[in-house]
Design a protein around this ligand. Structure first.
Ligand code: ATP
Length: 370
């Protein structure tokens, strides 16, 4: 494989104070980003949060109302799209049906009069493991294979920055999962900078080194996937990256190590380093898989938070784990994912139970949801 010819050609991307206003609507507000060269960066957020607009701004298809865009340290804010070292892969990959796969990939190179287009197209096809199908027409390939051709076409002229706008959205779930891993491997091999846009949290977390969670035209939180999942700062991020249990309460004590919160008359602790707010009304969160379920009140332990008794209102057994819904007076309905250590659920609908979790797994949010 000729991956070395691709390597080390990525560029960093910096967005400074980007704003994009459409008539009567602000799509992006004061967006600041620094994406290191050669990284796989995901912009994650719900429909309409401004992901595609951000990509279009970077590609030069939209002009920002304010702010600057730098690629490889060079200000490209006023540079024409075709003069930016950028290529985009869209969800609809529109290959030319009358051309072979090889010709599809070589097309852009020929137009730009790049030397040796055929060898370079073969090289890109080898990278996506489709060189053996180079002579076929697009309609003779599966959806996943066509998407890989689109990727080969986008990387063949070695853009410093590759923009991916929901490129796997048209594929079925199984193929999408497979392509996620392949994309990641290809990105590592070519060393280009990938900016990937998706509304699928699992996709973003599987592939990206860094994920930025977008909400209403702004970045709400940015970090490594594990860090975002383990320590979300807001209710939006906590809920967007999987299920969370959120408890609202009031701070009763704040020390150098811990914030103690009164949740429905019960004291719940959050390590100070994991608490965004240290006074007043706060929200404490914990992921469902961090909870243990008990049929008897657990012994007092300063290292664990305990809520209960509550009543099991639903049990769903899935083999690997069991999901319990437990209604706890004053605290709401709690979701527990429990690994089945014995065969079958340990509690049933109507049972009275307690839940507990390691204090270290609590997180304290910056906001109090409605
Ligand atoms: P999706 O996942 O649905 O593609 P997105 O996060 O990519 O959503 P954008 O396409 O960036 O969202 O759109 C952000 C917001 O800007 C939306 O509310 C959209 O309606 C608005 N918007 C986008 N383009 C225009 C335009 N040309 N004129 C007016 N409003 C626009």
């Amino acid at each position: 494989m000729a991956a070395s010819q691709f390597a080390d050609s990525g560029a960093d991307l910096t967005l400074v104070g980007i704003e994009k206003r459409f008539p009567g609507f602000t799509a992006i507000e004061d967006l600041n980003l620094e994406i290191p060269a050669g990284s796989f960066f995901a912009l994650l957020g719900p429909s309409g949060c401004g992901k595609t607009t951000t990509l279009r701004l970077v590609a030069g298809l939209e002009e920002p109302t304010a702010g600057r865009i730098l690629i490889g340290g060079k200000d490209v804010t006023s540079t024409k799209p075709h003069q930016r070292p950028v290529n985009t892969v869209f969800q609809s990959y529109a290959l030319f049906p009358h051309m072979t796969i090889l010709e599809n990939v070589a097309f852009g190179l020929r137009r730009r009069k790049v030397s040796d287009p055929v060898n370079r197209a073969h090289e890109a096809l080898r990278l996506v493991e489709l060189d053996h199908l180079a002579a076929r027409k697009p309609q003779q390939l599966s959806g996943g294979q066509q998407q890989r051709v689109a990727l080969a076409r986008a990387i063949v002229n070695r853009p410093a920055l590759l923009l991916l706008d929901e490129p796997l959205g048209a594929l079925d779930l199984k193929l999408r999962r497979q392509m996620q891993l392949e994309l990641k491997t290809i990105q590592e091999e070519v060393g280009l900078t990938f900016l990937h846009v998706t509304h699928d949290q699992e996709e973003a977390m599987t592939m990206a080194d860094t994920v930025a969670v977008m909400n209403k035209g702004q970045i709400e939180q940015m970090g490594a996937p594990e860090a975002l999942y383990e320590l979300p700062h807001t209710a939006f991020v906590a809920n967007f990256l999987g299920q969370s249990n959120l408890f609202t309460g009031n701070v009763v004590e704040s020390t150098s190590t811990v914030v103690a919160v009164d949740v429905a008359g019960i004291r719940v602790a959050v390590p100070i380093a994991r608490a965004q707010r240290h006074t007043g009304a706060v929200t404490v969160g914990v992921r469902p898989e961090k909870l243990a379920i008990h049929r008897d009140a657990p012994a007092t332990d300063s290292g664990r938070n305990t809520l209960g008794p509550g009543r099991v209102i639903d049990v769903s057994f899935s083999g690997v784990s069991t999901q319990y819904l437990v209604a706890i007076p004053g605290a709401g309905t709690v979701v527990v994912f429990s690994q089945n250590r014995e065969f079958g659920p340990i509690s049933h609908v109507g049972d009275d139970v307690w839940i507990s979790w390691n204090v270290e797994h609590s997180f304290g949010l910056a906001d109090v949801p409605d």
